[in-house]
Design a protein around this ligand. Structure first.
Ligand SMILES: *Cc1c(COP(=O)(O)O)cnc(C)c1O
Length: 391
């Protein structure tokens, strides 16, 4: 078959500076990693609390690996459901202060499965313009009318809610913490508008879980709104340090989703060992405030210093610190220079972020030290000056 169109398409991607390639890491996601034998400071992992290679998680996983084997062998509704899955669902429900919870194999599948089964023809979904791609895809699959509101603009959201009285059900869907900007959804205002216009609120707390709130329960705990969100979705692949995902909410929602969400029904259950490690991780997250405090303190330090150097960095409280560079090629050049000088933080380009807002997305881990933050500041200053990004 003729593949010229494929080659042509790849050429276009390359000309725009948007060609993507894999980088292969030879070590666990800890502050010092190795790529092709070269040691680098990892500054772009979602392993926010450093739990992905924590000994306690490894031990839980190993024990269950030995007693239950590697694969689950089936979907939850057929033969894949074990005591570890049931136990993890219960643990997530108490952690999230919800009646019930349902596991998915990934956050992507959770968003797609939840949105496509709760919203349908004749319904409307109001979605923040910077919501994660998996929310966008869930909206598309749902067949509901999707209306995008300006990022965090409550005036725009209200204006759009006002025009939606013809729809049967209304949903507002938002990230809790926005993945590429590290800013928080204005949850109190969203909840108030939802009540006023009779809409459900669905929040994806991928980056808030484990990081925000006194007990790490996430964005809803941060705002003291844990009982006000209809459905909270989240992944275990970030601060929790494992993989898989959940949705938490009222028992009826969970029963409904168990029967309707196709990405739940037709997906093999997560590995029992991973479920066990996830339970251990949630226990650690709830009990260890110091991990979070250290992480957030490092974030504050780094934001302040980068701003002082003249970089475009917004105020914020999360460990996600985007440094806006601008055009794709310059951002790629910046990332390449960082790597030359010992820091691994890739450039983020369209379609992940808007055109002209390419960035280095820094994400910190609780396993980073203050000395390492000092190292980051020095390297950013050198690279920023040599490429003319700062004076
Ligand atoms: C990472 C992420 C997801 C996807 O989660 P996976 O478990 O990696 O599939 C979904 N939503 C948001 C906001 C994310 O950042």
């Amino acid at each position: 078959m003729n593949t010229k169109w494929v080659e042509d398409e790849l050429k276009v991607i390359k000309e725009k500076g948007l060609y993507r390639q894999l980088k292969t890491i030879e070590t666990p996601p800890e502050p010092r990693i190795k790529i092709r034998g070269k040691e680098l400071l990892l500054l772009s992992s979602n392993n926010y609390l450093g739990l992905a290679s924590d000994d306690r998680l490894i031990q839980s996983a190993t024990e269950v690996l030995q007693s239950f084997g590697v694969g689950s062998g089936g979907a939850r509704l057929t033969t894949g459901n074990t005591i570890w899955h049931d136990q993890l669902e219960k643990r997530v429900a108490t952690f999230k202060k919800a009646e019930s919870a349902l596991l998915f194999s990934s956050g992507y599948l959770a968003n797609v499965g939840v949105l496509s089964s709760v919203a349908g023809e004749g319904d409307v979904i109001l979605s923040d313009e910077l919501n994660h791609a998996s929310i966008v895809d869930g909206c598309r699959l749902s067949k509901a009318k999707t209306i995008i509101y300006h990022h965090k603009s409550m005036n725009d959201l209200e204006e759009k809610l006002r025009m939606t009285s013809v729809f049967k059900k209304k949903f507002i869907v938002t990230d809790g913490v926005f993945s590429m900007d590290g800013d928080l959804a204005p949850l109190p205002e969203i909840v108030a508008l939802a009540r006023k216009y009779n809409a459900y609120v669905i929040m994806d707390d991928a980056h808030g879980t484990g990081v925000l709130g006194e007990h790490g329960r996430g964005t809803a705990e941060h705002f003291n709104l844990e009982h006000e969100i209809d459905l909270v979705i989240g992944t275990f692949s970030k601060a929790v340090g494992t993989e898989g995902a959940y949705v938490a909410g009222k028992e009826v929602w969970i029963q409904y989703l168990r029967n309707k969400a196709r990405s739940f029904i037709f997906q093999t259950a997560m590995a029992p060992s991973i479920a066990a490690a996830t339970i251990t991780s949630i226990d650690i997250i709830e009990q260890n405030q110091q991990l979070r405090q250290h992480l957030l303190r490092l974030g504050k330090m780094l934001r302040k210093q980068l701003k002082l150097l003249g970089f475009r960095v917004d105020d914020g409280i999360t460990p996600i610190i985007p440094v806006i560079i601008g055009e794709a090629k310059l951002a790629v050049e910046f990332a390449k220079e960082l790597e030359e000088q010992g820091i691994f933080a890739p450039a983020i380009r369209p379609p992940t972020v808007p055109i002209g807002q390419c960035r280095i997305r820094i994400s910190l881990m609780a396993s980073h030290t203050e000395e390492q933050i000092g190292e980051v500041i020095e390297v950013f200053q050198r690279v920023g000056q040599s490429l003319g990004v700062i004076q």
